[in-house]
Design a protein around this ligand. Structure first.
Ligand SMILES: Nc1ncnc2c1ncn2[C@@H]1O[C@H](COP(=O)(O)OP(=O)(O)O)[C@@H](O)[C@H]1O
Ligand SMILES: [Mg+2]
Length: 211
C-alpha cells in the first residue's frame, strides 16, 4: 500500500511528543486509514488505547517489542502510520523508527535548554539517513504563546542546528491537556478544540504538501 509513515521523537521528555502524535494521528485518521504505534515503554498512550471506539479516533497499538516488524505490519494496510517514540536513544526504538519512516517530527519547547538538547536529534537524523536517505525531518515548535519575535528567532536558531522548523506551530492551549485527560484528541473536543484543531490541520497540510 502506498503510505506515509511518521515518527514523533525527541530525547527530551515533556516536549509534546505524545500530544503531537495523538492529535496528528487523529487528523490523519479523518483523511484515511491511520494507526498510531506507541513505542514508549512508559505507555503514555494507554489512555487512548481503549478509546478507539470513539468516532474519529485512530487505532492505537502499544508496541513493547519488535518495532520494525510492527511498522512493516502496520504499513501493509494503513495509509498513515504514526510512531510515538520514547524520550531516549540507545533503547533502539527511536533509531529503528528513524531508519524506517518517511517523516520525522521533533517537537521542541521554546526554551534555550530544550533547543540546545535538540542538537542530539540532528545527529540521530544524520545517522539514520545513512540507511534511510529519504528521511524528511522537521522541528515543530510546541507551546508557543502567540506569534512572537521569540518564536521566529527560535525558528532561525533551529535551522542553524541543521534541520528546518515547520512554519506552523502548536499553541499553548488548555484543550491539549483536557483532551489528554479524557483520552480523546482535540478533534473530538468540539468548539473547545477548534484552535488546537486548526494548529494540527496547518501542520498536516504543511508536511503533506512539502517535499
Ligand atoms: N501545546 C500544548 N499546550 C498545552 N499543554 C501541552 C501542549 N503540549 C503538551 N502539553 C502538555 O505537556 C505535558 C507533556 O506533553 P507530552 O505530549 O506528554 O510530552 P512527551 O510525550 O514529549 O513526554 C502534558 O501534560 C501535555 O498535556
Ligand atoms: Mg510521551
Amino acid at each position: 500500500m502506498d503510505n506515509t509513515q511518521f515518527a514523533v521523537a525527541n530525547l527530551k521528555g515533556g516536549c509534546g511528543k505524545s500530544t503531537l502524535a495523538i492529535n496528528l494521528a487523529a487528523g490523519l485518521a479523518a483523511r484515511d486509514n491511520t494507526i498510531l504505534l506507541d513505542a514508549d515503554p512508559q505507555g503514555t498512550l494507554e489512555h487512548w488505547i481503549n478509546h478507539e471506539e470513539i468516532k474519529g479516533m485512530p487505532r492505537v497499538l502499544a508496541t513493547n517489542s519488535d518495532l520494525s516488524e510492527k511498522i512493516s505490519w502496520a504499513s501493509a494496510d494503513h495509509r498513515f502510520v504514526v510512531v510515538d517514540c520514547p524520550p531516549a536513544l540507545g533503547s533502539g526504538y527511536t533509531e529503528t523508527a528513524l531508519e524506517m519512516v518517511d517523516i520525522l517530527l521533533i517537537p521542541v519547547l521554546p526554551s534555550p535548554p530544550d533547543l540546545w538538547s535538540s542538537v542530539h536529534m540532528v545527529e540521530a537524523v544524520q545517522q539514520a539517513r545513512k540507511i534511510n536517505p529519504g528521511l524528511r525531518a522537521y522541528f515543530v515548535r510546541n507551546q508557543v504563546e502567540t506569534r512572537s519575535a521569540l518564536s521566529d528567532a527560535m525558528r532561525q536558531a533551529l535551522l542553524s542546528c541543521g534541520l528546518p522548523a515547520l512554519k506552523n506551530t502548536l499553541g499553548r492551549r488548555a484543550a491539549y491537556r483536557w483532551a489528554a485527560l479524557e483520552g480523546i484528541s482535540v478533534y473530538q473536543f468540539g468548539a473547545r478544540g477548534k484552535k488546537a484543531v486548526s494548529d494540527i490541520e496547518s501542520i498536516i497540510e504543511e508536511v503533506l504538501n512539502h517535499d
